[in-house]
Every structure is written in structure tokens, then in C-alpha cells.
Write a protein that binds this ligand. Structure first.
Ligand code: AMP
Ligand code: GLY
Length: 467
């Protein structure tokens, strides 16, 4: 079969790499892909003109998929899902992995996902949604002035005391900039003013969700989901993963898109895993079914674990980045077959197999990231040293000298196995993903691999999987 992967990050490189291992996959197209996908066996990058979240670009991609007889399309990032790409491909009779625009609201609207969680009894932080600044402001003033403040009736599963912070969340997609943890009234007021009055995030911040802060440890669960009206729904969870979001060692510094991941998470206890199934996964499946959603794609549960209890902070309606770069190398099943099972509703019987051991995937970033960062630096790799480490490099913000950004329509650029030199083009440049019999071995190999890679201004955290 021919497969099309939409997106350009490290997640998409990992998808392409895994798909290329499937015996049944003849060719993988990456649109637009990156410098790493261009070099994968069976893979060809497709230049994309315009924004993949927009109708015009999506229509071009659809025409490409029809012309090339694409049998399966996987949508990597959230923006094209929010733009309705799945609806378009499905309407044209194409097999596509991802939720339609309606189901994508589980990620694209925090207000929608919060009300979904509440409606179906999915354990989450207690919160309230506000459409107007004045009412939101009154609420935060009450919250910080009242030491006994409680969102609603205390239930035994919720934290007993008033939490130390209030979380201000912009309703819409905000590329990681939509959540502010306010520890005092001034911070909360500033967040509301920025989102609701100054419109710093455009319409994404016009509505906000205010919720209690939950102290704990974060875990990401990626999963395959198959739900369509009239069919028995199924979610198959993957091994657990942890993304390290802060820029510097010891979880210090600003939030980023993710500085590295480990899978599975060593501290995800059996009790917490069981709790995830009953308190989060099962009611989510019931809700998706009851809402009649047509959702055949990946789903991501962003969890906070507190005293072995799971709280759902967010859904993402796609695979996580960089979690995918740690999780897919552990998958011992055929990814294209898994996708087929999601599409034809046979997921329940799909034998999902995992390798033992662990994978650690620290991310190397460009100087300045997550602020303004350097671009255009050549990446050099000591290939014998990399090979010796046993790690795989998944590229993200990289391009080849030959890539033609803004090409007129989806058309072919560099053919597979492109030996062109790689150049940095994004903040998160690459991840070194290494398997080990245990997390320590995985970490040691991954960091050895990063030593074999170099570009000007290259930096990374040294504690991925340890913190
Ligand atoms: P979200 O986009 O909702 O996952 O929020 C982004 C990040 O903010 C999460 O990964 C957490 O680190 C943090 N966060 C969000 N909601 C809460 C909460 N209720 N309590 C504590 N931290 C939170
Ligand atoms: N790692 C978090 C995300 O993909 O949004």
C-alpha cells in the first residue's frame, strides 16, 4: 500500500520510519516532511504550498492522494485536524487516520473537552468556563480572596485543600502558549487580560477555562481509537510515556514543545494504571460512543497522577511529540496493520505487541529556543559513533539544501535516501531515540548518540527520563 503522512516534525519522522518497516507498505509520502523523512527508505517528501490547516492546501493534498492512489493517510499534528482535513479525505472516500472536525474539539476546545469530561464522569481538575472577561475576573478575585474557596462540592477523589494555584487555560489551540499557572491574583489577572482583552492568542483566548491546580507527576498515554456510530468502540492504550516540557535540567525554565521523552514511565504504578482504565479510559470511550463521534485515529491522554489517582488534564486528538519518538520504537506490531484495524473496526482483536525494555529520546534544540532561535546551521553526524550507540535520530526542525519551501503545489522534491546535508530550520531540531534493557541503558545510549551529532548552538537537557 501507499501511505501519506501529513506533518513535518519528529513525530512524523518516527511515523514514516515505522511505516517503512511494514512489509505491506510500498511507498511513504511525507507532506511536507523534513530533512529526516527525506532520507528514510521508501519515503519521498512532498513540498506543500501554504498552510496545511487551510482548505486550499488540504484540497491540494487530497488531489495528490487521489492521483497517487494513496491507501492510507495519517494526520500528524492538530492544526490540519482542526481545519477539517479528515472530513475532506473521508468525503472523497479515502482511508484516513484522525478524528473529524467535530471529534477534534476534544483538543481544539478546552471548554468543550471540560464539559465532555464532566458529562461523562471522567476524573479531571474542577473548573469553570468563562466567555466574558468581567465574570472571569470576578471569579479569580473570589478565588484568591477566599482562603476556603472550593469549586463545587468536595468529593472524596479530589484534593482536600485549596490548591496553591489557579490554572488559566485559553479555550482554543495555542501551540503550547495557552496555559498559565497563576499563583496569585496579579498573575491570574494578567493572564485574563492577555487572553481576553489584548487577544494575545486571537480568538483562541476569547473563552477561558479556569481550573484548580493539581500537584503531581505527569504521564502521557497515547492510544489507538476506533469509534463510529453503530459500531462497538474500542481504545487500545500504548505503553506510558513522559514528556519533559521545561527547557532546563531539573524541570526549570520556560515551557517548551517537549525536551525529550521516556517510555514506559518507571513510576507509573500498577494501581495508577488500573485507575487510568476505570477513571479515564472507560468513561472516555462511553462518552465518545454516546456522542456518536466518528473517530478513528490516535488519542492522547495528558494525565496528572496524584497519590496513585489519575486526573485528566487534556486530550490531544493525535500522537504526542516527542512521546511518539519514544513509544513507536517499542511497538512490536505492524503500524499500517494497526491503522487498518482502527479503520475497519477490528481494533478489539488487534494483537498489539510491545518490546520489553525502555526507550529514551532526548531532544536537541537550537540556541535561543523556546524564544527566537538560530536557523540554517549545518548538522554534522559522526556516523560510526552514532551506529555504535545503537540510537536512531528522529529529525524535526531540519531541512535539506534541496528542499523547496513554498513550492507551487504538492509536488515531489528530494527522492528517498537523499544524501543532501541537513540544515537546522526549527527550534527542536532532532531527538536521539535509544532502546535499552532498562531506562539507564536507554539513557546512556541516547546521550552517547547526541555526542555524535553537532550543529552550532546545539543544546539539550541531560536528565531526560531521570527527573
Ligand atoms: P494542557 O495543555 O491542558 O495539558 O496544559 C499544559 C500543561 O500545563 C500541562 O502539561 C501541565 O503541566 C500544566 N497543567 C495544565 N492543567 C493543570 C492543572 N489542572 N494542574 C496542574 N498543572 C496543569
Ligand atoms: N508532548 C505534548 C504534545 O504533543 O502536545
Amino acid at each position: 500500500m501507499n501511505v501519506l503522512v501529513i506533518g513535518s516534525g519528529g513525530r512524523e519522522h518516527a511515523l514514516v520510519w515505522k511505516l517503512a518497516q511494514s512489509a505491506g507498505v510500498k511507498k511513504v509520502f511525507a507532506a511536507p516532511g523534513n530533512g529526516g523523512t527525506a532520507g528514510e527508505t521508501k519515503c519521498e517528501n512532498i513540498a506543500v504550498a501554504g498552510d496545511i490547516s487551510e482548505e486550499k492546501t488540504q484540497t491540494q493534498l487530497l488531489e495528490f492522494a487521489k492521483q497517487e492512489h494513496i491507501d492510507l493517510t495519517i494526520i500528524g499534528p492538530e492544526a490540519p485536524l482542526a481545519g477539517g482535513i479528515v472530513d475532506r479525505f473521508r468525503a472523497a472516500g479515502l482511508a484516513v487516520i484522525g478524528p473529524d472536525k467535530n471529534a477534534a474539539r476534544l483538543e481544539t476546545s478546552k471548554a468543550f473537552s471540560k464539559s465532555f469530561m464532566e458529562k461523562y464522569g471522567i476524573r479531571t481538575a474542577r473548573g469553570k468556563t468563562f466567555h466574558g472577561h468581567e465574570a472571569a475576573l470576578r471569579f479569580v478575585q473570589g478565588y484568591f480572596e477566599d482562603t476556603e474557596f472550593s469549586f463545587q462540592d468536595e468529593s472524596e477523589t479530589q484534593p482536600e485543600k485549596k490548591p496553591p494555584a489557579l490554572v488559566v487555560k485559553a479555550d482554543g489551540l495555542a501551540a503550547g502558549k495557552g496555559v498559565i499557572i497563576a499563583t496569585d491574583l496579579a498573575e491570574a489577572e494578567a493572564a485574563l487580560a492577555s487572553f481576553m482583552l489584548d487577544k494575545s492568542l486571537g480568538e483562541a483566548g476569547a473563552t477561558v477555562v479556569l481550573e484548580e491546580y493539581i500537584e503531581g507527576t505527569e504521564i502521557s498515554i497515547l492510544a489507538a481509537l476506533s469509534a463510529s456510530p453503530g459500531k462497538k468502540p474500542c481504545i487500545l492504550p500504548f505503553v506510558s510515556a513522559r514528556d519533559h516540557k521545561r527547557r532546563f535540567d531539573g524541570a526549570k525554565g520556560p515551557n517548551t514543545g517537549g525536551m525529550g521523552a521516556i517510555a514506559p514511565v518507571p513510576d507509573f504504578s500498577d494501581i495508577a494504571q488500573k485507575d487510568f482504565m476505570t477513571a479515564i479510559l472507560e468513561p472516555t470511550l462511553r462518552g465518545i460512543n454516546a456522542e456518536g463521534m466518528d473517530y478513528r485515529g490516535f488519542i492522547f491522554f495528558g494525565l496528572m497522577i496524584r497519590k496513585n489517582r489519575c486526573y485528566l488534564l487534556e486530550y490531544n486528538v493525535r500522537l504526542g511529540d516527542p512521546e511518539t519518538q519514544a513509544v513507536l520504537p517499542l511497538l512490536d506490531s505492524d503500524l499500517s496493520e494497526l491503522c487498518k484495524a482502527m479503520l475497519d473496526h477490528s481494533l478489539e482483536h488487534y494483537p498489539l505487541l510491545w518490546k520489553s525494555g525502555a526507550v529514551c529520546a532526548p531532544v536537541a534544540v537550537a540556541s535561543g529556543y523556546p524564544g527566537a532561535f538560530r536557523k540554517g546551521d549545518p548538522i554534522t553526524i559522526d556516523n560510526p559513533a552514532l551506529k555504535d550507540s545503537g540510537a536512531k535520530i528522529f529529525f524535526a526542525g531540519t531541512t535539506t539544501a534541496q528542499a523547496v519551501p513554498g513550492h507551487a503545489s504538492p509536488s515531489r522534491t528530494a527522492p528517498g535516501k537523499d544524501p543532501a546535508p541537513l540544515i537546522t530550520s526549527g527550534g527542536r531540531v532532532l531527538a536521539a531515540s535509544a532502546w535499552g534493557a532498562d531506562p539507564d541503558e536507554a539513557r546512556e545510549k541516547a546521550y552517547r548518540a547526541l555526542k555524535a551529532v553537532n550543529f552550532d548552538g546545539m543544546d539539550y537537557r541531560t536528565d531526560i527520563g531521570r527527573e
